[in-house]
Design a protein around this ligand. Sequence first.
Ligand code: ATP
Ligand code: MG
Length: 390
Amino acid sequence: MEKIIMIKYGELTTKKGNRNLFVDALFNNIKDKLKDFKFEIKKYRSRMYIKTDEIDTIVNLLKEVFGIHEIDLVYSLENRDIESIKDNIVEIFKDHDFKTFKVSTNRADKTYPLSSMEISKILGGVLLKNYSDLSVDVKNPDMVIDVDLREEGIFVVYKKINGLGGYPMNVQGRALALLSGGIDSPVSIYLAMKRGLHVDCIYFDSPPHTSDMALDKVKKLVNILSKYDSNMKLYVVKFTNVQEAIYKNRANNYMITIMRRMMYRIASTYAKEKDYKILITGESIGQVASQTLTSMNVINEVTNIPVIRPVACLDKIEIMDIARKIGTYNISILPYEDCCTIFLPKHPVINPKIEIVNDIESRFNYITLTINAIDSIREVNTINSKNDLL
Ligand code: ATP
Ligand code: MG
């Protein structure tokens, strides 16, 4: 017998029609994630198996792959007959650190000559016979010993680790996310990726009003998020002219509303050009003036592609919890100002009126500004910023 890794997919298996597509995508994503290591992987209907000498390292990487429901460390047994399974299970648990247990058998191979109850009973019995300190507790055992009897092999689980869940990255298509340096947008991106989206990011930069440090912070965030999707890109828009034009045209307390409309115009035009199907933002209902329902209507009016706001209905505390879990929080709280904080009016309008917005926007040529801003977009390399802010 040998120690290997068994991968379970969970939610994927309920998607009957798409199943092969999803499993194939997960298979490729895993191979891509592990590309720097030596391993062998096999794919079956509801499990994948990985053989490697570097189990711990590989498991840590698998914890960052969406679509994996559970990562099990298992012994793969050579022989299918019950006598040999008995010998194996005694050997596997010779250094046990639990007192009570139960054996739970999953007889996926329906041709196996014993029932799952019989197998559990036989294997439980042999453990009790060999180890006098052990007893069976079916209700609340220290250890549940899973035995997985499948056509492709017989597996005894010795450790279970939760996977990230969700759908395999990229099975649902491409999205463009408006990424600021704040707490909310990186969390939104994480949640969108969990639904199987490939996400690329767009950041609005306003030099010299914003510093290189603010841009570096965003690069660092992309770096962290790209552990879930190594192909994540960061586009930077030069937004200075747009912001100055709005400012000069006395937008005053409508500054943020109009700035957001410009961001939406630029991002949705660019998304259409580059075949991104939706936009993602970190807006959360009621969190700030630009996120009241009236503001959202006035802002959303300039785009006709779907805008998904994954944290719209989460509390700040819930968003912060996720940010800490995914490792973006400590970067997001660094104090470099983004373009919005610099031009922030004292009292941003809470219930903007579309007539007033139209009036302000008629004072400057927002179409040319949008086109020029799109021309300024460049993709930046995020690798260099790794760790230099921490
Ligand atoms: P965040 O924490 O994500 O910055 P926030 O609560 O601070 O969000 P706002 O600053 O009002 O809210 O921004 C709302 C959303 O607009 C952000 O979540 C982000 O998606 C987008 N956004 C704001 N500023 C920028 C920027 N400079 N570049 C790209 N997107 C931005
Ligand atoms: Mg912000």
